[in-house]
Design a protein around this ligand. Structure first.
Ligand code: XMP
Length: 512
């Protein structure tokens, strides 16, 4: 295994991800507790992460001395390289200007990290992001790659198997970064590279059992992939100590609620409370047209219904959530900063304190595609695992203006046709999210010999890697006209279909 010592970089979890991709198990420990974790883990290698501090400042974080005493290979990244140098007898200087962004390094010499990958004399793209730099190398080190701004871009002490990088190999802008990390894990540390999601599953099950003991856990299902994967994993760990609650607000897409219920009750036999609350939500949404008012009502009502059900089943000691790593970074970087609320996201924040529950979040270190892999590993059906993201407030934010049951039904029908055609064309997996929006606008049309005066529907499909930015998906030429014709012919109440080409920014993915 590999221990990753975290000095507070925004991208430490990406290092862990690259190590997982290399088929090697890793754990992340904050630098404050890294010594204890090192002792317990006895890892075959250590990676020191980047971080916001300056090694030259008094009191800045250090790596545990035990790491260097143990004689295991060490890879220092950015701050990690600087701290390793400083601790082993080199010198780090504060830069008055930093180096940020794309850079090219020249490979000046061979080293264990480059085996089968980089040759002397080649140039490779990397992603730099640093203020300070190593001014004098610690004894034993030599530079093996350099850039105009960083003479010590990569340094190596082959004898002790210590390596340092001034850039970030873990980010996608360093194209060979994953391979460099894999070389460190497998080649330098001698790890087999046969770790899989099956082992992640087994490890998490042990962790969940240790955390929960004989306590009771309640899990709110949203109908989406994350909460479903978390629930199935937790059920495997603690069985009947888990109860799932599915608050059905009647704002799901066609067939989705039935799918969730049959999956949990039928396929997995997981205790599930299905709360059919459509009427409650529809009544509350009557007359509400402001997007934020809709979101707030749905979020608040969701929590109230969930709390009531939790009380009915006698409460719980833990609340399980399918929080992913991107949710963690977003919520961290959004606190304290002067960021404005674009949309108030729907989640169950505030519930744990109100109900005095602790959190169980087994997916906290995973990225979306890894959660999908874990879902497959747990036997969740592919149609469920590969599903596009769906917002908590559901169809309500895809019906600008007032939401009624009738309009939800119209939207559900149109949306189902759109998605059916996307799947039939083999495009579903190429798209991040595709959906229809039912507009509060009517237009005149002609059908047969008669005049129609019905609603306009907008279709949207975007590509994205994380939902933070997005581009409109370009369908092949005959696709959209075909879908438009089908929708107008088959969905009563819609007589015109448009396509939304706006990217994010300046648009957002959802319309509200
Ligand atoms: P926007 O519209 O902000 O959406 O560009 C970005 C991504 O977030 C999803 N989304 C939500 N997800 N609760 C969620 O769980 C919400 O309240 C919510 N609002 C938007 C949206 O579908 C897209 O994937």
């Amino acid at each position: 295994s590999i221990l990753i010592v975290d000095f507070g970089s925004q991208v430490t979890q990406l290092i862990a991800r690259r190590v997982r991709e290399a088929g090697v198990y890793s754990e992340i420990a904050p630098f404050q507790s890294a010594a204890e974790v090192f002792d317990r883990m006895r890892p075959r290698g250590v990676i020191l992460s980047g971080g916001p501090a300056s090694v030259a400042d008094a009191g800045s974080p250090r790596a545990p001395q035990a790491v260097f005493d143990a004689g295991v290979p060490v890879l220092g990244i950015c701050y990690g390289q600087q701290v390793m140098n400083a601790q082993l007898g080199g010198r780090v200087e504060k830069g008055n200007s930093g180096e940020f962004g794309e850079a090219y390094v020249a490979v000046d010499a061979g080293c264990g990290l480059f085996d089968g990958l980089w040759q002397e004399g080649e140039r490779h793209q990397v992603w730099m992001s640093h203020g300070d730099h190593v001014a004098a190398l610690a004894p034993g080190f030599r530079p093996v790659a350099s850039s105009p701004g960083a003479p010590f871009a990569i340094t190596a002490d082959e004898e002790r198997r210590y390596y340092g990088m001034q850039f970030h190999p873990e980010v996608v802008h360093t194209p060979d970064g994953g391979k460099l990390i894999a070389n460190f894990a497998r080649h330098v540390c001698g790890l087999a590279g046969d770790w899989t999601m099956a082992e992640f599953r087994a490890t998490k099950i042990e962790e969940i059992r240790a955390q929960v003991g004989t306590g009771r856990v309640i899990c709110g299902l949203s109908g989406g992939v994350d909460s479903a994967v978390a629930a199935v994993l937790i059920h495997e760990a603690i069985g009947e100590q888990l109860t799932c609650v599915y608050v059905d607000h009647g704002l799901m897409r066609a067939g989705e609620s039935e799918q969730v219920v049959s999956l949990f009750r039928g396929h997995y036999n997981i205790p599930l409370v299905h709360v059919e609350a459509e009427t409650l939500f529809m009544n509350g949404l009557a007359g509400v047209t402001d997007p934020e008012a809709k979101r707030k009502f749905i979020g608040k009502t969701f929590i109230e219904v969930f709390e009531e059900e939790a009380r009915k089943i006698g409460g719980a000691d833990f609340l399980a959530q399918g929080t992913l790593y991107p949710d963690v970074i977003e919520s961290v970087s959004f606190t304290g900063g002067p960021s404005v609320t674009i949309k108030s996201h729907h989640n169950v924040g505030g519930l744990p304190e109100r109900m005095n529950m602790k959190l169980v979040e087994p997916l906290r270190e995973l990225f979306k595609d890894e959660v999908r892999d874990l879902g497959r590993e747990l036997g969740l059906p592919e149609v469920f695992v590969g599903r596009h993201p769906f917002p908590g407030p559901g169809l309500a934010i895809r019906i600008p203006g007032e939401v009624t049951k009738e309009r939800c039904d119209i939207l559900r029908k149109a949306d189902a046709i759109y998605l059916e055609e996307i799947r039939a064309a083999g495009l579903y997996d190429a798209i991040w999210q595709a959906f229809a929006v039912l507009l509060p606008v009517r237009s005149v049309g002609v059908m047969g010999d008669g005049r129609t005066y019905d609603s306009v529907l907008a279709l949207r499909a975007v590509t994205s890697t994380d939902g933070m930015t997005a581009q409109a998906f370009q369908f092949p030429g005959d696709f959209l006209p075909r879908v438009a014709t089908r929708i107008v012919n088959e969905v009563k109440g819609v007589n015109r279909v448009t396509y939304d080409y706006t990217s994010k920014p300046p648009g957002t993915i959802e319309w509200e």
